[in-house]
Design a protein around this ligand. Structure first.
Ligand SMILES: Nc1ncnc2c1ncn2[C@@H]1O[C@H](COP(=O)(O)OP(=O)(O)OP(=O)(O)O)[C@@H](O)[C@H]1O
Ligand SMILES: [Mg+2]
Length: 243
């Protein structure tokens, strides 16, 4: 069963065709890699799926229902979380407070009941522990290292209990040890039932982690399948060598 279905999606910015008739299916339970050269349209696809920008054409369905006309908040409430190419966290809130922002965003209910709020804090601490950043819970977001910010952003997204998480370059600019760790976190979360669509330039990392891979080239999905078969396709080699 596919959790997310993208059909013939297109987006143009002035004269630039960023996404061109792009179709892809993300199977429930998968860790799907979305790869492609710089400027091939990966982030633009994410922006359309999550309602940050409108598409020109095409449709996006989540759990077989169209989410085309919905805004980012509604899409988030439906269970699609995302991280950004440059981690977006609140620098003047502590790590723990950053974790609780999505809870507030999800509804005021949690704010009115002290019991709920206490349990949300406990859940946030558990998540920080899971991500190995519990020791910075009370530090301001702005003082965290690059890698800690990336993990914190992922943690905050997970607080909303999404079914699908879109990660835009989670391993970009992080050291090899953290890279391994992020991959391990994604794998463990996937075992708990979360589906991932991951954009990443680090090929060996993607090929190791992902259960399937889709290759974008000039806004089109030119290949998809298991990592081992996709990496051998001539069109994929051309896309990378030509870029
Ligand atoms: N808001 C925008 N206005 C104008 N052009 C844009 C805008 N966003 C993206 N583009 C253009 O659309 C194309 C696709 O960009 P996009 O950011 O989706 O690529 P990408 O695959 O995420 O690249 P990268 O790997 O470098 O992050 C590029 O040519 C880019 O310059
Ligand atoms: Mg991008």
């Amino acid at each position: 069963m596919s959790l997310l279905q993208i059909a013939k999606l297109s987006k143009r910015f002035g004269g630039v065709v960023a996404v061109d008739d792009c179709s892809l299916d993300v199977p429930a339970g998968s860790i799907m890699g979305l790869i492609g050269p710089n400027g091939s349209g990966k982030t633009t696809v994410f922006n359309m799926v999550t309602g940050f920008i409108p598409s020109d054409k095409g449709t996006v369905s989540f759990k077989s229902k169209s989410i085309d006309r919905l805004g980012p908040d509604r899409i988030y409430e439906l269970g699609i979380g995302r991280t950004f190419q440059l981690a977006r966290i609140f620098p003047r809130l502590t790590a723990l407070e950053n974790m609780l922002v999505p809870v507030r965003r999800k509804g005021l209910r949690a704010l009115f009941s002290r019991a709920d709020w206490t349990s949300e804090r406990a859940r946030a601490m558990e998540m920080l522990e899971f991500l190995d950043i519990a020791h910075v819970a009370n530090k301001l977001g702005g003082t965290l290292s690059y890698g800690q910010r990336k993990l914190l952003e992922l943690g905050a997204v997970l607080m909303a209990e999404p079914e699908l998480v879109l990660l835009d370059e989670p391993a970009g600019g992080v050291n090899p040890a953290l890279l391994e760790k992020i991959g391990e976190h994604i794998r463990r979360l996937n075992e708990r039932g979360i589906t991932f669509l991951v954009v990443e330039h680090n090929m060996s990392w993607v090929m190791n982690l992902c259960t399937e891979v889709v290759v974008l080239h000039r806004g089109r999905a030119i290949a998809s399948g298991k990592p081992d078969s996709v990496r051998q396709e001539p069109a994929v080699l051309d896309a990378y060598l030509g870029a």
